[in-house]
Design a protein around this ligand. Structure first.
Ligand code: CA
Length: 521
């Protein structure tokens, strides 16, 4: 698919009338490309050069798709940047091709395994963590200090437990809790408590007077219990306003003591060999550049196809970054119903943005543009490649949890915000995360390992102890997309088996950030 011109410029499709300059630092005006084209302007790395004369109003084609229309005449050899392009209008959500592309006829991939923690419901954890759920931000400071004490005093006695995660968030009170949309943050918090990396241990700290009461966060029957006699009870709960708490230390002591039986059960677990089909991979990008769609995302797409072929689950997300590729999504849907679900989620999101007088074009950042991405249409074409080429088997609404039989490629509808997307993919049941970045971000999650993939060798060199994989080797000609996809697939199995990522090594993680489309009071 890539046509390198002696590694100076990369064209994604033979019909494209632009190519991406790959050289570190870009190329100066006057450079003669191997095909004889002379650059009329300095073209920064990752930016587009016109391969042909482009008339006013003519489409600029990348990936054989219009990523913009020329606002002025563009001579061959010119720098093609966002200021001389008009963005194509968003595709209407009517008359879309629905489930028109036949699913690829792939041979199953057999024999690939990893070492994971099997839960009672059959889901598999890649880490063995104690999570402490919270109903409201008010308790966050207390939980933080209790977690520090558990780590210091208790964890050395439970060496098979990887860590303790306080599930802090900004929701729970001061919110219109019955407004339309409020169910999204509530079910997100509930479902994160049930993430496979938390080993079916549910423990909650509440304040007492908050709107999000423990019985609403985790009603009886919504979470696993160890004794069938407890099935009608609420979760194991520490309520700070209870009369029994006299002084701050009694709250901390209560949380610490309450953690013991959970830690003991987690500590008794051992990794066991499970098929690769137990992987639930969330893929995401952040800090994208023009290389994202050339190197890292195609490699991740190839890896996604491999995981789907093992019978595993791959979630892709980021509504505003797939909106311009909606035809690809609906046509790749496995059934008409799945295509309708795609339209429902993206239509709802269009309305959500419209309420804020915004649309998908609000997505792109100054860094995206500095990295050569002119607009959201170009960014979307590079982003969607992460999903590979499989049929879309199902669609998840924000905050929903995958059902045990929801395997294959899943479109989990989320905002594109890195933290919100990661938070919602955790709620869906992700047990390992793959994150591509071109500009570079030290992103990490506490609840789940994050494999970070650099789009360029320059970034991989500078951030050598933050990036787990260098997909820039594809642009350098040192690796094919297929080789990078296989290497990532094997790295994912190792990571799922316990090998630490750079973010885990440094204990780097971002906050959980909830998607709350409902009003704050
Ligand atoms: Ca993102």
């Amino acid at each position: 698919m890539i046509t390198p011109l002696r590694s100076l410029a990369i064209r994604m499709h033979p019909n494209d009338n632009v190519a991406i300059i790959a050289n570190d630092g870009g190329l100066p005006a006057g450079t003669v490309l191997p095909e004889g084209l002379t650059l009329r302007d300095k073209v920064p790395q990752g930016h587009k050069v016109a391969l042909k004369d482009i008339a006013v109003g003519q489409a600029v084609l990348r990936y054989n798709v219009p990523v913009g229309f020329a606002r002025e005449a563009i001579a061959a050899g010119s720098w093609v940047h966002e200021r001389i392009l008009d963005i194509p209008p968003a595709r209407e959500l009517q008359d879309l091709p629905m489930a028109t592309v036949p699913a690829p006829q792939w041979a199953q991939l057999e024999g690939h395994t990893f070492e994971g923690y099997v839960n009672a419901n059959g889901s598999v954890g890649t880490r063995n963590l104690l999570a402490i759920s919270t109903t409201v931000q008010c308790v966050a400071g207390v939980v933080k200090i209790a977690v520090e004490r558990i780590e210091r005093e208790l964890l050395p006695m439970y060496p098979n437990v990887d860590g303790v995660v306080g599930l802090e968030h900004t929701y729970g009170c001061g919110v219109a809790i019955d407004a339309p949309g409020a169910e999204i943050p509530i079910r997100t918090l509930r479902n994160i408590s049930l993430n496979p990396n938390f080993g079916d241990e549910v423990m909650v700290v509440s304040l007492g007077c908050e709107k999000l009461q423990p019985s609403r966060l985790l009603p009886p029957g919504s979470f696993p219990v160890h004794d069938a006699r407890d099935k009608d009870k609420g979760p194991d709960l520490v309520c700070l306003q209870d009369d029994e708490h006299v002084g701050f230390m009694s709250m901390i002591d209560d949380i610490v003591q309450r953690a013991r039986p959970h830690l003991a059960r987690l500590n008794a677990r051992r990794r066991q060999t499970v098929p690769a089909s137990a992987l639930v991979v969330g893929v995401q990008c952040g800090g994208s550049d023009a290389f994202s769609g050339v190197t890292a995302n195609p490699a991740v797409g190839y890896m996604a196809d491999l995981i789907v072929r093992t019978g595993g689950t791959v979630m892709f997300s980021e509504n505003t970054e797939v909106r311009d590729a909606v035809e690809q999504l609906t046509s790749r849907a496995a059934t008409f119903k799945v295509a309708q679900d795609v339209v429902r989620e993206l239509g709802w999101y269009d309305q959500y943005l419209d309420r804020g007088r915004a649309d998908r074009t609000a997505n792109t950042t100054p860094g995206n543009k500095a990295g050569g991405l002119s607009n959201i249409a170009e960014k979307a074409m590079g982003s969607i490649i992460k999903s590979g080429s499989g049929a879309i088997a199902s669609v998840l609404a924000p905050g929903d949890k995958l059902k045990p039989d929801q395997k294959g490629l899943v479109f989990a509808a989320t905002p594109a915000s890195d933290f919100i997307c990661g938070t919602l993919q955790l709620a869906a049941g992700m047990n390992v995360h793959v994150f591509t970045t071109g500009r570079g971000t030290p992103y990490g999650l506490q609840a789940c390992p994050v494999v970070k993939v650099a789009t360029r060798s320059d970034l991989a060199r500078r951030w050598h102890d933050l990036m787990d994989f260098n997909a820039g080797q594809i642009a350098d000609g040192a690796m094919t997309i297929e080789e990078a996809g296989w290497a990532l697939f094997h790295m994912l199995l190792e990571t799922a088996s316990g090998k630490r990522t750079w973010a885990e090594h440094w204990k780097l993680h971002n906050a959980l950030v909830l998607f709350n489309p409902a009003p704050i009071t």
